[in-house]
Design a protein around this ligand. Structure first.
Ligand SMILES: Cc1cc2nc3c(=O)[nH]c(=O)nc-3n(C[C@H](O)[C@H](O)[C@H](O)COP(=O)(O)OP(=O)(O)OC[C@H]3O[C@@H](n4cnc5c(N)ncnc54)[C@H](O)[C@@H]3O)c2cc1C
Length: 405
């Protein structure tokens, strides 16, 4: 969608082919039949370093669909310490405020703040290349409490991978871009379902700019031919592929092994429930890693129905039965919300290939007039996120532009 928009802005005539009946891909919404509500496959968080995404939303008159924190507040919950937050003061220079905020979390001291400084120094040197986050943390002697309360939750949330195997140079990039300033460190969430907040505005803008969108139209074949490309027997000047990697593999006749991880989203609906004390909360020592008050995020607090969702990232094997999973999450939410109430219903959305993991050696196919913009992050690039998707789309549009100027 980004590529289509950026190309049509530059005067290209663009046709977009989408296999599904609706555009949206991994940022999609559906109607939950029991509540009659729009429900996203899973909650999506943004941060202030998502500059390309902000620009795109702005260009589609959709920037108001993201609610931004005024400054970073990361609220966590653990059985012993209950609620506590990482909440750097807005009055001090951001790096100092962050160190003091880390030091002040229960169970932390100057030991954690000094460890942050060591980590920062290592990230700015060449220490990360070829290593996992766990190796980097060991090298910097990062104490276990900092790993448990900050590093592991951020790594799971941003990279959908455990610190044991996540790539250190990409993680360093995430930390340095996200924690560059008070503005970049803040978090944001869509205040309407993805269909209305993101996909609808993109489709409307693209259509207004003359992009023809063909839905329920899977592309089966694509080859370079002469000065152009042939797609399912039809001739075009050029093509951008922006598919899940398994579909790109098929289309390009490749068999690259891409490593992916699942994300499980446990949606629960309650009647007359007080909800969470914050729009989202990180769980320490809980099965749910992030808990979202979807109704609060969407500003739907007048209704009697409360929609909460727990996210479990980096799922390698899902051998827990869905009833047990919903029960366990509902039990954890009872503790987080201080009220033991049965949900009216639940729904589990497991995205099996939610993201492609950062790995070296993914080919960056350049076939004349075919630009592959599919998600295949290599070390040092951003992990698989909305921002990475938007940046890939912009880069692909620039490559196509270059071909014709
Ligand atoms: C549950 C979940 C939670 C996430 N949370 C976050 C988050 O909090 N923050 C964040 O930034 N990112 C998050 N992500 C990651 C983010 O959603 C993805 O990285 C991003 O949406 C990828 O976009 P894409 O356009 O590259 O791919 P996709 O969204 O997968 O789009 C590819 C499209 O290609 C279509 N297609 C497939 N085959 C064909 C074919 N043969 N012909 C035509 N079309 C085809 C598909 O139908 C699809 O619409 C999350 C992802 C998931 C699944």
């Amino acid at each position: 969608m980004t590529s289509a928009l950026r190309l049509s802005e530059n005067g290209f005539k663009v046709e977009l082919f989408e296999a599904a009946p609706q555009p949206g891909g991994r940022t999609r919404s559906f109607i939950d039949k029991k509540s009659g509500e729009w429900c996203d496959n899973g909650p999506h968080l943004l941060n202030g370093a998502y500059l390309a995404t902000e620009r795109l939303l702005d260009d589609c008159q959709a920037s108001g669909h993201v609610t931004w924190q005024s400054s970073l507040k990361l609220t966590l919950w653990e059985k012993q310490r209950q609620y506590f937050s990482l909440n750097p003061s807005g009055k001090l220079p951001f790096p100092l405020a962050l160190l003091l905020a880390v030091k002040s979390m229960p169970g932390h001291s100057w030991r954690s703040a000094l460890a942050m400084l060591r980590l920062n120094r290592a990230m700015n040197s060449n220490t990360c290349a070829g290593h996992s986050v766990a190796t980097l943390l060991k090298h910097c002697e990062i104490p276990a409490e900092l790993v448990r309360d900050m590093i592991e939750p951020i790594c799971l949330g941003a990279m959908n991978e455990s610190i044991r195997t996540a790539d250190a140079s990409t993680f360093a990039r995430v930390l340095s871009e996200s924690f560059a300033s008070k503005k970049t460190a803040r978090l944001g969430w869509f205040n309407a379902p993805l269909q209305q907040a993101l996909i609808g505005p993109l489709v409307t803008t693209a259509s207004r700019m003359g992009v023809t969108i063909h839905t329920s139209h899977p592309v089966h074949s694509l080859q370079g031919e002469g000065n152009g490309v042939i797609m399912d027997g039809e001739a075009f000047d050029a093509a951008v592929i922006a598919l899940p990697v398994y579909a790109s593999n098929r289309l390009l006749g490749e068999n690259t092994a891409y490593e992916t991880r699942a994300i499980t989203n446990v949606h629960l609906w309650y009647d007359n429930h007080p909800g969470l004390p914050e729009p989202f909360i990180g769980g320490i020592g809980t099965l749910g890693q992030w808990f979202f008050d979807v109704s609060a995020q969407m500003g739907q607090l007048k209704s009697d129905v409360r929609h909460l969702c727990a996210v479990i990232s980096a799922v390698e094997e899902n051998n827990i039965d869905s009833h047990q999973l919903a029960d366990q999450i509902s039990h954890e939410l009872a503790k987080l919300c201080g009220i033991d109430q049965e949900p009216t219903h639940s729904r589990i959305v497991c995205e099996k290939r939610a993201t492609v993991l950062v790995r070296s050696g993914y080919p960056k196919a350049v076939i004349r007039n075919i630009v592959d913009a599919s998600e295949s992050p290599v070390p040092g690039e951003l992990p698989a996120t909305i921002e990475f998707a938007v940046q890939r789309g912009e880069k692909a549009a620039r490559s196509i532009k270059k071909l014709f100027t």
